[in-house]
Design a binder for this molecule. Structure first.
Ligand SMILES: Nc1c(NC[C@H](O)[C@H](O)[C@H](O)CO)[nH]c(=O)[nH]c1=O
Ligand SMILES: CC(=O)[C@@H](O)COP(=O)(O)O
Length: 104
């Protein structure tokens, strides 16, 4: 039976976008603190930095296909500006992460 609290031996990867890092760094910090609260050892956490959310799926898929991780956390912050960039980046990141999860 699976458990949400027994993390013994579980390995995690975190993909974090550097774009809007004023936000994503805080989200990463919160994730690492949560891992610590659940006794996840630092050596069982791999953090991969990518330029922006558009690149998150590329890293997430590669990490997922490696078979080395029990879960992969994706962190990005897409902020609407004056152009349609928001829709392109957000939609691509969301569908890309979904596909990465489905193909892992
Ligand atoms: N505008 C945001 C971006 N844009 C950058 C892209 O994610 C990508 O890195 C670039 O187009 C090079 O391929 N990224 C975010 O994460 N958040 C944004 O608000
Ligand atoms: C998602 C983005 O690319 C956005 O934050 C950048 O702002 P703009 O749409 O004004 O280029």
């Amino acid at each position: 039976m699976g458990s949400l609290t027994n993390t013994e031996g579980l390995r995690f990867a975190v993909v974090v976008a550097r774009f809007n890092e004023i936000v994503t760094n805080l989200l990463l910090q919160g994730a690492l603190e949560a891992f610590e609260r659940y006794s996840v050892k630092a050596e069982n956490i791999t953090v991969v930095s990518v330029p922006g959310s558009f690149e998150i799926p590329v890293a997430a898929q590669k990490l997922g296909k490696s078979g080395k991780y029990d879960a992969i956390l994706c962190i990005g912050a897409v902020i609407r500006g004056d152009t349609t960039h928001y829709d392109a980046v957000a939609n691509s990141a969301a569908s890309g992460v979904l596909n990465a999860g489905l193909s892992a």
